[in-house]
Design a protein around this ligand. Sequence first.
Ligand code: AMP
Ligand code: ZN
Length: 146
Amino acid sequence: MPSTDPNCIFCKIVRREAPASIVAEDAVTVAFLDIRPMAPGHTLVIPKLHATYLEDLPDSSDGPILKTARRVASALRRSGLRCDAVNLWLADGKDAGQQVFHVHMHVIPRFHGDGLGIRVGPDYGRTSTREELEAVAAKIRGAVSQ
Ligand code: AMP
Ligand code: ZN
């Protein structure tokens, strides 16, 4: 896995070859404003190393991404921007809505009545039985790597 992708727009931001409004940075991550914000202050946190999907992310990067997202979330609340609450959002894969294939966590300021939300499918609503949950949990437990 290369540490940088010459054609990746987010790698270009890390290398300062593409413009970005950077709001925070540390040794492992960069946080910059989303160019098409869902709300003013909508920020993306990325690892400096190129990783297409979560599975490609080195163990040394996952913690720092959340740490930077927390710092940005905290800053948003104190920034004077409208931010009464925050959503963290990460699309891992095309069918989850991923459009830029360099791992990124969205930090989205939220406030009452902002109209944002996650759409649910038509089957949503019924509380699962414990048996149903255990059948699903068994599959995941069997696949969780140590
Ligand atoms: P996702 O759908 O989770 O892959 O989100 C990709 C996000 O990247 C979108 O919200 C885009 O608006 C944002 N984006 C794409 N290109 C840029 C860029 N050059 N600078 C900042 N944000 C970008
Ligand atoms: Zn990249």
